[in-house]
Design a protein around this ligand. Structure first.
Ligand code: SF4
Ligand code: SF4
Ligand code: SF4
Length: 283
């Protein structure tokens, strides 16, 4: 066979390159679609997980998306509508593609359906993997589940939209709280504008609030003026470089720190943090 015969004809070559380009285009499009899907598969940082869930990273590694927690929540005895005698929807939902949550994982939205802080916390012991950690909600004294130990998030009051902060009497969230006067209190304050009325402001105790969201569910404003956020979102973080002088653990923590990230070298960068924190340094 001659060299001429081995060469594909111009039209065949064109077809070949067209097909190649088409396939490459499809590959790129597929990649883009997958990237979009993967992005969507990530949970919003505002996602609220079931009671006793591990920290988000560990939870995602451990949860096998079996849905047993959601099923237990649905089947809990208190979940029957007294009027119709029918089972109500569960607090815990398994995320679908349209939810802003990793697909197939359990979550809840208190404004729709809050957690009712069931005495026996039935959603937790059914978890087969420990993604919901029963020990974190078990009272050490009587070895029984203790709903007060739940930590799904922290209720935060938007003082701009809470009408109690305007001076209008409202205690819907306070009354809805299963830990009334412990997790949420009403604080009296004089209304300087009128001089004769009092404010009754809801104030959340961050050490007692479980994040059940019964307050958010009960809030009377159009968009809830009290709402539950994951703790790490609701609370600020001081930053690892702040050290409590009175805390031995903190003191130990900075001893082990070396200036790994420092790229310039001067008198100061030769010091360890406790050198200039505790003794001062000359510049
Ligand atoms: S404790 Fe909350 S999430 Fe668990 S079963 Fe009861 S209502 Fe559902
Ligand atoms: S029961 Fe446990 S493993 Fe199953 S979906 Fe719920 S959290 Fe995930
Ligand atoms: S989320 Fe609201 S109702 Fe639940 S414990 Fe906290 S303050 Fe009370």
């Amino acid at each position: 066979m001659s060299k001429e015969q081995k060469k594909p004809k111009i039209s065949e070559r064109r077809k070949f390159f067209t097909l190649l380009a088409q396939n490459a285009g499809l590959g790129v499009m597929g990649g883009l679609l997958w990237a979009g899907y993967a992005e969507k598969a990530k949970s919003s940082p505002l996602t609220l997980r079931p009671p006793a869930a591990l920290k988000e990273d560990d939870f995602l590694k451990t949860c096998i998306k079996c849905g047993l927690c959601s099923e237990a929540c649905y089947n809990r005895p208190g979940n029957i509508d007294k009027e119709t005698g029918k089972q109500r929807p569960a607090t815990l939902k398994m995320a679908k593609a349209e939810d802003d949550v990793t697909i197939g994982t359990p979550f809840f939205k208190p404004r729709d359906i809050p957690c009712y802080m069931c005495d026996d916390i039935p959603c937790v012991p059914v978890c087969p993997t420990g993604a919901l950690d029963l020990t974190s909600v078990t009272n050490k004294k009587d070895h029984k589940p203790d709903p007060k130990m739940m930590d799904m998030g922290l209720a935060v009051v938007d003082t701009n939209s809470c009408i109690a902060f305007w001076g209008i009497q409202c205690d819907a969230c306070y009354r809805a709280c299963p830990l009334m006067d412990v997790a949420i209190k009403l604080e009296y304050d004089r209304n300087e504008r009128t001089g004769k009325h009092a404010f009754l402001k809801p104030v959340v105790n961050m050490n007692a609030c479980t994040g059940c969201g019964l307050c958010e569910h009960a809030c009377v404003t159009e968009k809830a003026a009290i709402f539950v956020l994951p703790r790490e979102i609701a609370l600020g973080r001081p930053g690892a470089h702040y050290v409590k002088g009175w805390d031995k653990k903190d003191q130990e923590r900075i001893k082990s720190r070396v200036n790994k990230d420092v790229t310039t070298h001067d008198k100061r960068s030769e010091q360890k943090p406790q050198d200039y924190l505790n003794m001062g340094v000359e510049y």
